[in-house]
Design a protein around this ligand. Structure first.
Ligand code: DGP
Ligand code: NA
Ligand code: NA
Length: 235
């Protein structure tokens, strides 16, 4: 029976990248493409309860993270600049927001549902480390992620901070400045070069939406028959 469960499990796919790399739109297109191929797919957006500027209606319809969770509300106020938080404290709240969803991710996967995750532990570590608080290194920032479900596939939408800045004015959110985004990009590169033991596909996100979507789908199709047990982020 154990082997039957493993065989039937869904695939955990994470999409990461800078603000305005196109993650949410690409998550939507991937979800639709996989559904058309007959897969049972869900979408989760982290952090929960942020202001959704892209595809608002679609996100609200499909997102299964708890947008009104306790941590989601605090994170939202922080991102909107309505509340100050100690760097470590808000870091742990972002992580807690992912831990709140961990059990549901596990059970959905074991029920054969493939999950597309819009930002995950990688954003968690790099956005906090980019603050250059001397007591908050990338290594420290990664630790609360240890033990969370490890994705089968990480799709990194690769684009420079300069390129995303050209995509129109940033919104009002706390981290949406050029200086912050270039630090974030640098730290993403550092974090991705550490071996997490899973596949990472760099997707060139400078191309038009349709081409990026094609690259993402091609990267994903090879992973849908994966039958290994779900792993967690190791120490
Ligand atoms: P988004 O709705 O995807 O644009 O995310 C909102 C902002 O929050 C974005 O600038 C990235 C940042 N962010 C996402 N996850 C985390 C996290 O775990 N920790 C920190 N510090 N920032 C995060
Ligand atoms: Na954002
Ligand atoms: Na987004």
């Amino acid at each position: 029976a154990f082997h039957e469960d493993v065989k039937a499990r869904g695939v955990l796919i994470v999409v990461e990248g800078l603000d305005r790399a196109g993650k949410t739109v690409q998550c939507q297109l991937l979800l639709e493409a996989l559904q058309q191929r007959g897969h049972h797919v869900k979408y989760i957006k982290f952090p929960g309860n942020t202001t959704m500027k892209v595809c608002l209606g679609w996100v609200l319809k499909h997102a299964c993270s708890d947008r009104n969770s306790l941590t989601g509300k605090i994170i939202n106020g922080y991102l909107q600049g309505q509340a100050q938080q100690d760097d470590h404290s808000i870091h742990l709240l972002f992580s807690a927001n992912r831990w709140e969803a961990a059990q549901r991710i596990r059970s959905d996967l074991s029920n054969g549902i493939t999950i597309i995750v819009d930002r995950y532990s990688y954003s968690g570590a790099v956005y906090s480390a980019a603050k250059e608080n001397p007591d908050l290194s990338l290594e420290w920032a990664w630790q609360p992620e240890v033990g969370l479900p490890r994705p089968d596939l990480l799709l990194f939408l690769s684009i420079s901070a300069e390129e995303t800045a050209k995509r129109g004015g940033y919104g009002e959110e706390r981290y949406e400045t050029n200086a912050m985004q270039s630090k974030v990009r640098h730290l993403f590169d550092r974090l991705l070069s550490m071996n997490h033991g899973h596949d990472i596909h760099l997707i060139d996100a400078r191309f038009p939406v349709d081409q990026v979507a094609k690259d993402i789908l091609n990267s994903t199709l090879g992973h849908l028959s994966e039958r290994k047990p779900l792993e967690t982020f190791a120490k």
